[in-house]
Design a protein around this ligand. Structure first.
Ligand code: HEM
Length: 158
């Protein structure tokens, strides 16, 4: 199994932990609710990376076929789930701005802003690959995914 499954699981637990220990829990505040839903859409898409990584390293052909078929079924929705993540995070950010405003002194907001810009680029390169399916764009899309993972982890930790 790819190490990304463990990393993703860790990020999932971290997000859940931050949400259940939030002062508004169990009546989640709207910014947190939208942040969580957007995060879950992102994580669902990013788990495909873990599946691909497992396919590359799978010892048996049978296992490779099973995982590849599963990934193929989810593929038609990949761009749309990514776009949904962006839309939910857009609402999360608007609500945060309305409730708290924005401050460059707040590290959580800086990490969030960088993650948001990264997410926009991630979704944009995802759609661009539909018109220009080049290897270079695939690599950029993948690297954006890794940096987005790290920025979201930072945003949640701060
Ligand atoms: C990809 C982008 C983003 C994701 C996935 C995301 C996700 C989340 C999640 C799941 C939470 C709830 C858990 C926690 O409190 O740590 C949260 C909280 C928060 N986010 Fe984001 N966020 C993103 C972008 C942003 C941006 C751009 C800002 C502001 C500039 C921001 C500001 C905040 C703040 C201030 C909180 C705490 C809210 C509170 O305590 O009431 N986030 N975010």
């Amino acid at each position: 199994m790819s190490k990304w499954f463990y990393f993703n699981f860790f990020l999932f637990i971290l997000a859940l932990w931050q949400v259940v220990t939030h002062y508004s829990f169990p009546c989640l505040s709207m910014p947190v609710l939208f942040g969580l839903i957007g995060f879950l859409f992102f994580l669902f898409n990013w788990t495909r990376n873990a599946v691909f990584s497992t396919i590359r390293n799978a010892p048996s052909r049978n296992m490779k076929m099973k995982l590849a078929n599963l990934s193929k079924k989810v593929m038609p929705f990949h761009r749309w789930t990514g776009t949904c993540a962006l839309l939910f995070i857009l609402v999360h950010v608007s609500l945060i701005f309305q409730w708290y405003g924005f401050s460059f002194q707040n590290p959580k907001m800086i990490a969030g802003l960088l993650a948001f810009i990264n997410l926009i680029l991630m979704v944009a390169t995802g759609w661009l690959r539909l018109v220009r399916p080049t290897g270079k764009l695939r690599k950029i899309h993948l690297r954006l995914g890794i940096s987005l993972f790290l920025l979201i982890a930072l945003h949640l930790l701060l």
